[in-house]
Design a protein around this ligand. Structure first.
Ligand SMILES: N=c1c2ncn([C@@H]3O[C@H](COP(=O)(O)OP(=O)(O)OP(=O)(O)O)[C@@H](O)[C@H]3O)c2ncn1[C@@H]1O[C@H](COP(=O)(O)O)[C@@H](O)[C@H]1O
Length: 96
């Protein structure tokens, strides 16, 4: 069985949480609070990436980028954006 990309698996679980809310789910907490809360978290996590990147070593920035990617995924689901939209956009810019 082919293992799906972790970014797509996170996307799928976020969609599943929206369709089948689960007790104690942080994703459902974000959806319940709404778009302003999701955008606030994207802003906060972006700032944490910047601070993490200023510090030596890469562990902190890996952790903070992961937080940001999760919150961006929640934003994508909220806005109806799928990974394929991003792949197409990035492909269209790609020059060899
Ligand atoms: N990847 C993540 C992920 N990354 C970070 N986080 C949560 O994001 C939150 C960020 O922490 P913060 O301290 O900034 O925020 P907070 O103080 O908890 O809350 P607020 O500031 O939002 O009020 C933490 O609660 C983390 O647990 C995540 N929560 C969920 N996922 C994925 O989503 C899936 C579903 O999770 P649930 O929705 O919780 O079931 C999981 O299996 C994971 O794959």
């Amino acid at each position: 069985m082919e293992q799906k990309d972790i970014l797509q698996r996170i996307y799928d679980i976020v969609v599943d949480r929206r369709e089948n809310p689960k007790e104690g789910s942080y994703t459902n907490y974000l959806f319940d609070k709404g778009i302003d809360k999701i955008l606030k978290k994207v802003g906060e996590e972006t700032a944490e990436v910047i601070i993490g990147a200023k510090n030596p070593g890469k562990d902190e920035v890996v952790y903070e980028i992961s937080d940001l990617l999760y919150h961006l995924t929640v934003l994508m689901v909220e806005k109806g954006v799928v990974w394929e939209d991003l792949y197409q956009e990035l492909e269209s810019r790609y020059k060899k």
